[in-house]
Design a protein around this ligand. Structure first.
Ligand SMILES: Cc1cc2nc3c(=O)[nH]c(=O)nc-3n(C[C@H](O)[C@H](O)[C@H](O)COP(=O)(O)O)c2cc1C
Length: 253
């Protein structure tokens, strides 16, 4: 697995860079990591005549990686200009357009991303007024259009004068980095988990309905039909609610 950090700050060694580096440094070393500082890349929008060679290079890096850590400060209550410009220039390549001009996920579908932003505003004021909300919303909108799956987000407030990350924020970044390491394994075992759930439902239903038959609370006639239909319906409902709670609901808080 490869994790790509994309830094859209004006400063290559500022708070955003430290948050990003702490996450990447915590990724299990069996996985490859790389950081790109967007300030080093003079990309331009593609034209009909000429695709931009710098975008070609960046696009290749995006294609080669499985997880993107998108780190950009909040400027003027919105995503930093460099990151926004990157998304804008990359739009034609991030999505596929149908004949009505509507966008659809394309080659980046099913990759994952973690977003990071920060601001001078204090934690309480940010919570009440949502200074960093627009930054996350912009990232989420672009990624959703491209079919990239959200893993989590990190926000750091009160960055004025900060030269080193506070211990709690460092710990959060380390935790998120470690979670990224497990991402592949987690995805691969999803089908296995649902199969295990099915077996558990089948065994527990057999035990419960067997007891009911033993106590005379359920007729013996037609037992296997009742049992089979109960297991299938119960499993379908349980799997749907679990899928909603663990996946859909966490797409955007
Ligand atoms: C152009 C610009 C606009 C900014 N706008 C805001 C803002 O609207 N609200 C805020 O709380 N902080 C704002 N900040 C502060 C940045 O969010 C802060 O500098 C950031 O946390 C530091 O990231 P860095 O260390 O990676 O540069 C702004 C900073 C710059 C340079």
């Amino acid at each position: 697995m490869k994790v790509l950090g994309i830094l859209g700050s004006q400063r290559r060694d500022g708070v955003t860079a430290q948050l990003l580096q702490t996450v990447l440094a915590s990724v299990d070393p069996v996985h490859e990591t790389e950081t790109i500082f967007l300030g080093d890349y003079d990309f331009k929008p593609d034209t009909k005549e000429q695709p931009d060679p710098v975008l070609d290079e960046l696009e290749q890096k995006l294609l080669e990686s499985d997880v993107w850590v998108i780190a950009a400060p909040t400027y003027w209550r919105a995503l930093s200009g460099k990151m926004k410009d990157f998304f804008d220039c990359l739009r034609q390549r991030l999505v596929r357009f149908d004949r009505h001009g509507e966008t659809h996920p394309d080659r980046f579908k099913h990759k994952h991303y973690l977003s990071i932003t920060d601001c001078y505003t204090g934690t309480f004021e940010n919570w009440v007024t949502g200074v960093t909300d627009q930054s996350f919303k912009t990232i989420d909108q672009v990624m959703t259009a491209a079919g990239v799956i959200r893993v989590n987000e990190i926000v750091m407030t009160k960055t004025w004068g900060v030269t080193e990350l506070p211990a709690a924020k460092k710990a959060e970044c380390i935790k998120r980095g470690q979670q990224l390491s497990k991402l592949q394994t987690k995805d691969d075992s999803t089908v296995k988990r649902y199969l295990q759930l099915f077996v558990m439902v089948a065994v527990m239903a057999l035990a419960a309905m067997g007891i009911q038959v033993g106590l005379g609370l359920l007729p013996r006639a037609g037992f296997w039909l009742s049992y089979g239909s109960f297991v299938v319906i119960f499993f379908a409902l349980l799997a749907s609610i679990l899928h909603f709670a663990t996946f859909m609901k966490h797409r955007r808080k």
